[in-house]
Design a protein around this ligand. Sequence first.
Ligand code: PEP
Ligand code: MN
Length: 368
Amino acid sequence: MKHSLDILPLSSWVETDGKPFIIAGPCSAETEEQVVSTAHLLANTGKVHVLRAGIWKPRTRPGEFEGIGSVGLQWLNRAKEETGLLTATEVATAKHVEEALAAGIDILWIGARSTANPFTVQEIADALQGVDVPVIVKNPVNPDLSLWIGALERINRAGIKKLAAIHRGFSSFEKTAFRNEPMWDIAIQLKTIAPELPIINDPSHICGNRELIPYVTQKAMDMDMQGLIVESHIDPSVAWTDAKQQVTPAALAELLDNLSIRKPESNNPGFEDKLAEFRNQIDQLDDQIIKQIGDRMKIAEKIGEFKRDNDVTILQVNRWDEIVQKRVKLGAALSLGEEFMKKYLELLHNESIRKQNEIMNIKPVAEA
Ligand code: PEP
Ligand code: MN
């Protein structure tokens, strides 16, 4: 997949001194006191660059707290004046953009529900035409990389070059420990397609609870993401929205202290040579594995011809069950995860069935 993004580096809109870019603050602005006092505690950690707070909240069901509205913009401004933190809020309509800009909010973000709707994103993009403000685009609620890139492109085409993405996980039918499945591979694909685009991880909306946050933040750092947006409330137990996933500013400071920040490159002079040697070994093994898969497929083709000539069905469930059981056991003995083994075998099986199907349905020349 290609993209047409023209982006300025993160350092052109925020100074982080080589450290991860940290946005933190309550899910929702609730009262002036709550916003301002949370901001002070966050600023005092010395680790936070931007104060976030939702002013207009996209709620799944009507009747829940839908955000304090425009008055909250002034609370953010007071917090900024008193602490020096930059400010960020979510915009979902042209009117939100106009009000946030008029109030002088420093950074705008587009929420996951909005990113999923190209009409909404275009409306926001049109309102941003000719404006120089950083915009961060959350991934859409559904796991669709094109929709995410499309939203970034729409904002970029309006002239916004200070652009970043937020990885906040994806809604999935299957319920797991996460509120939103991280599906790291989608964020990695975005990073591969647009390496110059900063990606910020949102562990709060991925986890939906406080307990998993340290694990997700560490993983985000190890995936070389540029920063974090974490929901932090002065007293999470009484938060009006997303109470279970918010952390106190003190807990946030501890979380950030405990992160191991590894660099993508090393200063060690022998590092590159050693890495090249390991990569060479991997390349050779990959070549061997692919060749062996090719050899395996050739035998599967022979079996296909044999089954065709003897009028036997392609799929023989017992044999397949036996293969899966034995191989998963072997995999476990070699420390390969069960899910990985099952997925790998399934892919292998599908390809082998596709080939056998091709062979069995080629009519012999005489009948053609
Ligand atoms: C939020 O950041 O509070 C929010 C509503 O997030 P999302 O758009 O990721 O659901
Ligand atoms: Mn929230």
